[in-house]
Design a protein around this ligand. Sequence first.
Ligand SMILES: [Zn+2]
Length: 485
Amino acid sequence: MGATKADMVIRNAMLIDGSGAAGVAGDLAVTGERITAIGPSLVCGADVEIDAGGKVLAPGFIDAHTHDDRAVLTNRAMACKISQGVTTVVTGNCGISIAPVTIKTRPPGPLDLVCPSPDDFMPSFAAYFAALEKAPPAVNVVAQAGHTSLRVSVMDRFDRAASEGEIEQMKALLRQALKDGAAGLSTGLYYPPANAAPREEIEALAQVVHEEGGFHSTHMRDEADGVAVSLEETFRIGRTAQVPIIISHHKCVGLANHGRSGETLGLIDAARAKQQIGLDVYPYVASSTILNKDRVALSSRTLITWSGKADGLEGRDIEEVAAEMGLSVDATVEAISPAGAIYFLMDEADVKAIMAYPATMIGSDGLPHDRHPHPRLWGTFPRVLGHYARDEKLFPLETAVHKMTGLTARTFGLKDRGVLGEGAFADLVLFDPAAVIDTATFERPETPAAGICQVFVNGRGVWRNGAATDARPGKGLCGERFLTQ
Ligand SMILES: [Zn+2]
């Protein structure tokens, strides 16, 4: 780069480039939104000089699985994410998306996890991306259209398959969403508003994704006893429509299914020889979603995260609350719903095996509107770096970073993100590998992680010395076509 002046140079860093390659000592220069030089001792001057003191400089983390659709508009600092080093969030997961939805009444769960009021939705992705441009958040946004969101826009009831006419309406909405910049189609076939949709309904929509470009992610129909059957259904949709598949928050749910990750990863591995498949995971043995009595029955412990009926229940164990109310657990679920919950129902060995699988990306699945959220909202990425990579030695630090950056950008087809390279966007995180750790717990979930020193989005500092800055440089990443690999 010679003696050209840069806006900022970060010197004396351990550069982990996101590819999985070993870290190397060096400097990195940024001008405008982009990385302009990387090298052992850059000679260029800069307006801002930062001494990294040997700490790790990595591409900003990409949260592969979020429900941040509305949070990026209403809580633009996004402290829960930038405090972890996250610089891009993938929204619209599990069939739940903020657009394109026009409804007049409170939406059915799980849509209410993201948009409890009909006014919270947006009629189109054009309107959504325009809103992001007008009032940008601190993070970049990759947005998917949700199948359940399409269903509630065109169907009068959800306990049946969509008719041919309704499928045509959903296809038209989806096609426009993809033209407007949505990255793909998600489903949440596990949930009641989508569960009655047959495979053919999803295949018809996935065909539109094939035609317009993009991917298909899924919260599968069954992650418990029927997990293998659901994987086969997912693979088949991908093959029939010829679209890349993302299996969301892969897990084996319930005591009877603990230990089945060997089987499920074997199925995924075999299918990956024939088609494009990615998957994501969060680093905890507890899940979180709407309160549901079947899930409570599968769990060793259930904590309430919010209730639309009663105040003061958040953070409390459902069995305790049931005892206080003098009701059965099922009756308590009924009495306090709509509500959200955290469920302890996974096996640590499965979580580790899935996390270590080479194609697995890290995604938080955090629920930013919950009153007492699952700690994954604030803790996911530092927990993988500090707890699983450093302390448990599940994989090298470079592999952990790859699962949050280069792998994720490649899986979603994000151009010039997720890597340290000349010309790439300057989405960066500087962290202390010896100190990085999650501090959010099930008791105190809204706690910023330790060891995340500085975070930059599109070249601008968004997190410094344990606090968000005033910068809101995030963008809707809607100009790209997300044709993968
Ligand atoms: Zn989900």
